[in-house]
Design a binder for this molecule. Structure first.
Ligand SMILES: Nc1ncnc2c1ncn2[C@@H]1O[C@H](COP(=O)(O)OP(=O)(O)OP(=O)(O)O)[C@@H](O)[C@H]1O
Length: 228
């Protein structure tokens, strides 16, 4: 009888902590993600959701513990070079050039990836097909977010790091976001989302980060506890 080794997780965070500006932001975080997996990060303002994503993107190094991709430490330079090519990052910094057309704002990134042919279908899927030739400065906030999502699709990398991806989207936009996440996962992609807003992601793991600055106890809290 042969005993099969379980597959290595694609991403593994082992007892990871992270400091920022000499403050401990994340403590002893453990996460396992296989292909097709998803993690939703929630927590109050300042609890460290963006820091978590930045750490996975390599902008902040863990102060303790390890982040392993295919079993290799991502902070090792040879590994990081390969690992970062797996990442697709969506954040408040939109990197949208207002004087370029909507299509060029997507195609430019696609060409940098050495890919072609996905920009227009991605814009159409995100409901921006008819605006493809307009300057990006004509777009509303929600349309700008849709453009960022079209870029994710056109660039087509396996690990998505999404910081508040549904902010500014209307109901249809949120459904589209949920749809593209589900489709990406079906292909084996990994999706990590930091969000304040409800989002439906089937079988996702949820992690609620503890507040960093617990609020001071009020008189009402003290009366509730009756321990003074
Ligand atoms: N540029 C920075 N330099 C140093 N410390 C920072 C910086 N940005 C944030 N921090 C610290 O890191 C902590 C976590 O911030 P982070 O942005 O990760 O939280 P968040 O959970 O994403 O918050 P929000 O819900 O407001 O987006 C903050 O409380 C702050 O003290």
């Amino acid at each position: 009888m042969s005993i099969r080794k379980p597959p290595l997780p694609r991403l593994l965070l082992k007892n990871v902590s992270c400091m920022r500006n000499a403050q401990q932001i994340l403590r002893h975080v453990n996460v396992t993600l296989h292909d097709g997996g998803s993690l939703v990060l929630t927590g109050t303002n300042g609890s460290g959701k963006t820091t978590f994503l930045r750490m996975l993107a390599g902008f902040n190094r863990p102060s303790a513990g390890e982040i392993l991709w295919n079993g290799h430490d991502i902070t090792k330079s040879g590994i990081f070079h390969q690992y970062k090519l797996q990442l697709n990052w969506l954040s408040f910094k939109e990197a949208i050039k207002n004087n370029m057309s909507v299509l060029d704002n997507v195609q430019w990134f696609e060409v940098l990836e050495g890919k072609q042919g996905k920009s227009m279908p991605a814009l159409e899927l995100m409901g921006l097909g008819k605006l493809a030739k307009e300057k990006a400065k004509m777009l509303s906030m929600g349309q700008r977010k849709r453009l960022q999502l079209a870029r994710l699709l056109a660039i087509d990398r396996p690990i998505w790091l999404l910081d508040e991806p549904s902010v500014a989207l209307d109901d249809d936009g949120v459904k589209l976001l949920e749809y593209i996440i589900a489709e990406h996962r079906k292909k084996g992609g990994i999706v990590i989302v930091a969000t304040h807003l409800p989002i439906e992601i089937e079988d996702a793991a949820y992690m609620r980060l503890p507040p960093r600055f617990p609020r001071r106890m009020t008189l009402v809290d003290m009366l509730d506890r009756r321990d003074f």
